[in-house]
Design a protein around this ligand. Structure first.
Ligand code: PEP
Ligand code: MG
Length: 364
């Protein structure tokens, strides 16, 4: 079996030597990042920060949602800052010397808010027992206020960053502090700051300027230079169509093909597989779900437009993909052909992405 392992290794080396695209992995914590690296990932193409607000940090998030005053909000953010910083330190350490694209918070709000039924029951029970429940009641009112009919089209990504003061700057500060700490320890952190769900260049401009200001401030505090790229996801049709304008304010694009597929088709990512996709597959509307294998004619066309416009506006702009399609063989061939610089996928799909991008390059 040693012979077999050596043969596979040699085969991967040939493939790696042939390929033009880099292969990165999507990883949200230090363990996944380390695993991705062992699989041959050349960086983290998507570090989702949503999970960093869940689990035992929910209480802090609830306080943030409930904050009535600037002071209360700032206190909640200040409590989250060191936790986020430590998360990033771990990931930068695991990926030392390799790029780590950190995406600022992009929760569909419903996954992030306390459960409305649970909360209602808690309030009702407390009421029937004549117990104090003022906080739960306020929380329930806030959750009602924030409730959306279509959360996936709602207060997500950059929109949340623009609506909740200090949220994105806290995250950028955590990234900057983590990088500064790593530099002090002799490390080579390479963070890239990525802004999700951008539809217009103005959204990007505001957040980008704030981000660059925070990088400068933290750099001065630590006496180091924190000169890191700020870029955007392209995951809305409007972003793809106005990629030329957007590129003037973005050092890189990462195509979010999950949301791009959802918005190009008008399919709900969360629902379609269960509701009507089986009938569609059966009737031959498509042979494979467009969430699994990239829809080259529709979504792919938008990607080509964005690649062309982006490169025209900013020659040398770095272009990648971080949706699930980044690890799908047929889609990888498309991304190679469209001229992307890298694909990013789940750690366990990294070997497949390496092989397929090697094959795509060998094919010419
Ligand atoms: C995407 O939309 O393709 C993406 C990578 O982001 P998420 O899946 O987190 O929305
Ligand atoms: Mg997305």
């Amino acid at each position: 079996s040693d012979d077999l392992v050596r043969a596979v290794h040699r085969f991967m080396q040939y493939s790696d030597a042939a390929r033009r695209m880099n292969v990165r992995a999507n990883a949200d914590n230090a363990e996944d990042a380390a695993r991705a690296r062992r699989m041959g990932a050349q960086g983290v193409g998507l570090c989702r920060t949503e999970h960093m607000f869940l689990g035992d940090r929910r209480q802090l998030v609830e306080r943030l949602i409930l904050a009535d005053t600037d002071k209360e909000r700032e206190e909640s953010l200040a409590a989250l800052l060191p936790l986020q910083r430590d998360d990033f330190i771990g990931i930068f350490e695991a990926m030392d010397g390799l790029p780590v694209t950190v995406r600022l918070l992009d929760p569909p709000l419903h996954e992030f808010l306390p459960d409305i039924t649970e909360l209602s029951v808690r309030v009702a029970v407390a009421e029937s027992r004549g117990e104090k429940h003022e906080n739960d009641l306020r929380l329930l009112q806030a959750v009602h206020r924030l409730h959306e009919q279509n959360p996936m089209l709602g207060l997500r990504g950059v929109r949340l960053g623009l609506v909740v003061p200090g949220l994105f700057t806290m995250q950028v500060r955590a990234i900057a502090q983590a990088a500064a700490e790593r530099l002090r320890a002799g490390g080579r952190p390479c963070p890239e700051i990525m802004i999700p769900l951008v539809g217009t260049v103005q959204e990007l401009e505001i957040i980008r300027e704030e981000s660059l200001r925070v990088l400068r401030e933290v750099g001065e505090e630590y006496g180091v230079t924190l000169n890191y790229p700020v870029g955007t996801m392209i995951e809305l049709p409007r972003a793809a169509l106005t990629a030329g304008q957007i590129a003037e304010n973005a050092e890189f694009f990462s195509f979010g093909t999950n949301d791009l597929t959802q918005t190009v088709w008008g399919f709900s990512r969360d629902d379609v597989e269960a509701s009507f996709f089986s009938a569609y597959l059966e009737k031959g509307v498509f042979g494979v779900s467009p969430f699994e294998s990239l829809d080259v004619d529709g979504v792919g066309r938008l990607i080509r437009i964005a690649v062309e416009e982006g490169r025209r506006a900013r020659p040398g702009i770095k272009l990648g993909v971080c949706g699930e399609h980044g690890g799908d063989p047929a889609s990888v061939h498309f991304f190679h052909e469209a001229g992307l610089d890298y694909v990013s996928c789940s750690p366990f799909r990294v070997p497949v992405a390496r092989l397929e991008s090697g094959r795509a390059a060998a094919r010419g």
